[in-house]
Design a protein around this ligand. Structure first.
Ligand code: FAD
Length: 352
């Protein structure tokens, strides 16, 4: 046996679980497919400032996020909400004074949400975490044997699928999981998995000088919802927006989406918006480590998450689901990733 718990996926759920196992003295190995940790948490960096390409916010009433930012001494600040929201109608005409910031009261973390990931990763025993470790199959044989695409096999007592259920459904299981279990995995939408985010960085948040909050809603597009993403440390201004074009239609057209997004920012925020210092575009739907084709269809409202009965007690409790989508209370959110990690850690530590 190489270890006790094999954690498949080094996003917030997997890392937070590893952190708790380590503190309880339980042996673990984290296997992460990408070349970086964090999963859906990712930032682009300009002049020392981090701009979120995945999640940006957490909210009051999320105790585990609050405890984690305090533990790591991170600087939390309010989403910028002064000034008016801009609204763009179907014809691209801009209307002002139609409302206020829709994300007022949300919290951001200075440096980006990745500021959570860095200390989590550096606090783990570096021998027990691995990037570029793409899991392809899991075998149940006197414990579990997890097979990597590279051909390496790692053996443990239990395995945790700390990755979106639809992504987990693509792995090979031996013996096969009941068809109901695979079906249940495919039914769970990956939260925000079908989204794409566009970020434009500027020398300063010039829109604020015109009394604009940086918030905008649009029926014209390509961005449907825009917010201020200014970095508080460097003062570099930034606007980010969610792309409203469905995943299958925007695929292969990223350059056109980017040019149209800059033009749109120009319509909404003036000429200065046409000359960003840097732009970034992240299409999460095209990332096989995050989304499956099933996530191409956008979800219209927040799904009701939690652990489906057919996914509980797999392989006699040797295999556990472990991403945010399984959380009962905060499923889909960062807080949900921590909720799942906390509950799994309690069970695994008790079962040791
Ligand atoms: C655009 C966007 C905006 C969002 N905004 C917010 C927000 O403002 N607030 C909020 O609370 N939440 C938000 N979310 C959701 C938030 O990002 C998630 O709740 C959280 O990051 C989920 O963490 P996780 O560890 O459960 O899953 P993931 O981050 O998806 O981690 C799964 C990990 O498994 C790895 N993996 C996949 N396949 C394999 C394999 N075969 N072998 C090994 N490893 C594998 C992946 O690379 C990944 O690192 C947003 C998400 C997106 C995409």
């Amino acid at each position: 046996m190489d270890t006790d718990v094999i954690v498949i996926g080094g996003g917030l759920s997997g890392l937070a679980l590893a952190d708790q196992l380590q503190r309880a003295g339980v042996a673990y190995q984290v296997l992460e497919a990408r070349a970086r940790f964090g999963g859906r948490i990712k930032a682009a960096y300009v002049g020392g400032a981090g701009f979120d390409l995945g999640p940006s916010w957490f909210w009051p009433g999320q105790p585990r996020m609050a405890a984690m930012v305090e533990r790591f001494g991170l600087k939390v600040f309010d989403q910028y909400a002064n000034g008016t929201l801009s609204f763009e109608d179907e014809a691209g005409a801009v209307h002002r004074d139609v409302g206020f910031s829709s994300m007022e009261g949300s919290y951001r973390i200075a440096g980006g949400i990745t500021a959570l990931i860095d200390p989590l990763v550096s606090g783990l025993d570096q021998r027990n975490i691995m990037t570029d470790a793409v899991v392809s199959a899991i075998h149940e044989a006197d414990g579990v044997a997890v097979e990597l695409q590279s051909g390496v096999t790692i053996k443990g007592k239990r395995a945790i699928l700390a990755l979106p259920p639809r992504v987990a459904a693509e792995l090979r299981y031996e013996p096969e999981l009941p068809s109901l279990a695979i079906k249940a995995m495919r039914l769970v939408p990956t939260w925000m998995g079908g989204q794409a985010k566009f970020v434009a960085v500027y020398d300063r948040p010039f829109w604020r000088e015109d009394g604009l909050s940086g918030d905008a809603m649009s029926r014209h597009g390509p961005l449907v919802e825009i917010h201020d993403a200014t970095d508080p440390n460097t003062g570099l201004g930034a606007l980010f927006g969610f792309v409203g074009i469905p995943a299958h239609m925007r695929h292969g057209h990223s350059e056109a989406v980017k040019s149209a997004a800059i033009e749109q920012l120009g319509r909404l925020f003036g000429k200065q918006a046409l000359s960003p210092k840097e732009i970034f575009y992240q299409d999460w739907a095209q990332q096989v480590e995050t989304a499956s084709d099933l996530d191409f269809d956008p979800v219209s409202e927040h799904p009701h998450y939690g652990l489906p009965a057919s996914l509980s007690g797999l392989w006699g409790k040797r295999l556990h689901m472990g991403s945010t989508e399984i959380a009962t209370q905060f499923g889909g959110y960062l807080e949900g990733a921590l909720e799942v990690a906390e509950h799994l850690a309690q069970d695994l530590i008790a079962d040791r």
